[in-house]
Write a protein that binds this ligand. Structure first.
Ligand SMILES: [Ca+2]
Length: 163
């Protein structure tokens, strides 16, 4: 289990979380960060294909593959957390795919990747078209997004957010 890096918003987050209570932290999840929501993450320490990863994260009834829809600080925080744990040619699945309609990216909660959200595509991405219907934070891109083939095995990171 990787240790959590210190969030730049850590002290604020901690005081705000204090009113919620540890009892409400989902089992095996670690507190991550408060944006406009409260985020908890879990690193199952497995490399799986995208669909299996969704099952892994959904097994507790709350988790889903991590979303990267909160802008640059949230993106940077995620990458800071996972980077030490992935190999030089590996990545981490995000909870998003364009399997239903090529080029239309849908997060695991059913919302569409919005133009209003700062996307983190690496230069030239997405470039894979129909075969590449999933997105990873890829180490060779320094954690920026690349579209990638969903049945490959990459690292899994789960997330719960409230409300
Ligand atoms: Ca695609």
């Amino acid at each position: 289990m990787p240790s959590l890096p210190t969030s730049t918003w850590g002290s604020e987050s901690k005081s705000r979380l204090g009113g919620i209570g540890d009892a409400l932290v989902p089992k095996d999840y670690a507190f991550a960060m408060i944006t406009d929501q409260i985020h908890f993450i879990k690193f199952p320490n497995v490399m799986q294909d995208y669909i299996t990863g969704q099952t892994t994260c959904g097994a507790d009834g709350m988790g889903r593959l991590i979303m990267d829809d909160k802008g640059q600080p949230w993106h940077d925080w995620i990458w800071q957390y996972v980077a030490p744990n992935v190999g030089v040619s590996e990545g981490v699945w995000l909870g998003i795919d364009d399997s239903q309609l090529e080029g239309t990216w849908i997060w695991n909660d059913g919302t569409q990747l919005s133009a209003s959200v700062k996307t983190m595509w690496y230069g030239g991405e997405p470039g894979g078209g129909a075969p590449d219907d999933c997105i990873i934070l890829w180490k060779p891109y320094g954690g920026m997004w690349g579209d990638y083939t969903c049945h490959f095995k990459e690292w899994i990171l789960c997330e719960v957010r409230f409300p």
